[in-house]
Design a protein around this ligand. Structure first.
Ligand code: ATP
Ligand code: MG
Ligand code: MG
Ligand code: MG
Length: 473
């Protein structure tokens, strides 16, 4: 079966609409009335008011394709086959309505029925929490083979306090030829660090309240919260080696090839990472600006600024020296038009914001280059063959110069960079930032501090929820 991204999204939503769900719109990436969260990072992040009982939904069954930003995955982009900074999370939610014995057979039907996704059950693996006999039984009854059903202690959703419970995850076996680790590697299992078993869906049985006293009390209402990565499922349908060789990203990569003129996608592994970073980041930046955020030095704006700078530097690696990201905006708009018509409508505005930010950053980069040239001259005059770590850090911190860039320029002049000194300066800076940072947002949490491009006196730390299974033992 071959489905494109619009068809996969539609099919998922239609399946749950047929099962009595109301389709909710993809909410703004900028959280509404939720100061604890920097970005919407999952479907359930938009459902908090229903899950905690503050608002009673018209229909306790809801489904959505929710655009989500996860800053914790920034470094993964282009390195793994499956991570983005912005992705769409397909989800179905039950607020005190259905539970395991409904959601599990539905999940299996959607995944394997020829009428729906039609995946080969041989390719699917399911993990569940070891003590969760109900889930185990429901999966067997739904038709999962016993040897494709694996107990895993990690399958417990717990963010420290509040709703928690066991969960179950579904993986697609892409085959050993897609793997980045040998078959006998200890990480080579569904849920391990590998590129073979692709996590496509996470289903949470939210049934306990994790109390401040560290006990687990049954919740009055049992909820279902699920999340399926649209881009990952599309990569399966389009038989793509990574999420990027799909209709969601290829037009952006093709256009970037034209801007480069010299580099082609699919020739060199390192270059491919740069293509992927550009395609990923421009999507995120475009959507974030469309939803009302703007580049700046703090909070959300800082995320946009950092992503944009990473994309500009990636462009330089591909030989692109002029502002180019802004020209990709209409392409993002067209790719996403069927479900997100606003982006194309806002394209001119978004492009103008991005263009001036690109121009600004190019100027900063040039400032950094002139400092770097001075330092290189001085090092040569002193007969030194090294750029000291403090200078490398200043280039990074003040001028947004990634260490790789400094190393490359230095190498062209026959110099090396004191990387240990750079790391030490970085650690010192992070320790300062850590002290200033507000750690707990009450949702139990992924904390993340970006020190890059920071103006020294400004607070840039922030907290950001990563939805993730906590280790139980
Ligand atoms: P992974 O282990 O691959 O990082 P996760 O367990 O952190 O994923 P969940 O929090 O369970 O992800 O989110 C639900 C689903 O959303 C995942 O099963 C996956 O399909 C998708 N997903 C999560 N993070 C990303 C991302 N950064 N880019 C694309 N899809 C993602
Ligand atoms: Mg996971
Ligand atoms: Mg998961
Ligand atoms: Mg993750």
């Amino acid at each position: 079966k071959h489905l494109n991204s619009a068809q996969v999204r539609r099919m998922y939503l239609d399946f749950f609409i047929q099962h009595g769900h109301t389709e909710m719109p993809s909410a703004s990436l900028v959280p509404v009335d939720d100061p604890t969260l920097l970005w919407i990072n999952s479907g359930v992040a938009t459902m908090k008011k229903y899950f905690d009982g503050e608002v009673v939904p018209k229909n306790p069954r809801m489904t959505s394709s929710q655009k989500s930003i996860r800053t914790n995955d920034i470094e993964n982009v282009g390195k793994t086959a499956r991570h983005h900074t912005m992705f769409e999370m397909l989800g179905n939610f039950s607020v005190g309505d259905y539970f395991k014995k409904e959601v599990i057979p539905w999940a299996w039907e959607l995944l394997t029925s020829d009428e729906w996704f039609g995946f080969d059950p041989e390719k699917l693996y399911v993990t569940y929490y070891p003590k969760d006999n109900d889930a185990h039984r429901c999966w067997l009854e739904a038709g999962v083979a016993e040897d494709h059903l694996l107990a895993n202690q990690d399958n417990f959703w717990d963010i420290g306090q509040g709703p928690s419970g066991p969960d179950t995850e579904i993986f697609y076996d892409r085959g050993q030829e897609m793997n980045n680790v040998p078959e006998d590697d200890p990480e080579n299992y569904p849920g391990g660090e590998n590129e073979r078993y692709l996590e496509i869906w996470n289903i949470v049985f939210s049934q306990f309240n994790h109390t401040p006293e560290d006990t687990y009390e049954p919740l009055p209402h049992k909820n279902i919260d699920t999340g399926m990565g649209l881009e990952r499922v599309v990569s399966i349908f389009e038989n793509a080696p990574t999420n990027f060789e799909t209709d969601l990203f290829m037009p952006l990569i093709k256009q970037t090839e034209e801007f480069s003129g010299v580099k082609k996608y699919g020739v060199d592994k390192d270059d491919d990472v740069f293509f992927k970073i550009i395609a990923d980041h421009i999507r995120t930046i475009t959507f974030a600006i469309s939803d009302g955020a703007l580049p700046s030095n703090v909070g959300r704006g800082y995320v946009i600024r950092r992503l944009l700078r990473r994309a500009v530097v990636a462009g330089k690696k591909l030989g692109i020296d002029k502002p180019f990201l802004y020209k990709l905006v209409p392409t993002v708009g067209k790719i996403m038009e069927s479900y997100y018509p606003d982006v194309l409508k806002n394209a001119d505005y978004i492009a103008s914001v991005i263009k001036s930010e690109e121009e600004r950053f190019n100027t900063t980069l040039n400032g950094g280059l002139s400092l770097l040239n001075d330092v290189i001259e001085k090092a040569k005059a002193d007969g030194s063959n090294k750029i000291d770590g403090k200078t490398a850090f200043k280039l990074y911190d003040t001028y947004g110069f990634p260490i790789e860039l400094t190393k490359e320029y230095a190498a062209d002049e026959g110099l090396s960079v004191d990387e240990a000194g750079f790391e030490a300066a970085m650690t010192e800076q992070q320790n300062r930032a850590r002290k200033a940072r507000d750690i707990d947002n009450g949702m139990g949490v992924q904390t993340d501090v970006w020190t890059e491009f920071k103006e020294p006196s400004k607070y840039v730390g922030y907290t950001d929820l990563e939805v993730q299974n906590a280790k139980v033992i």
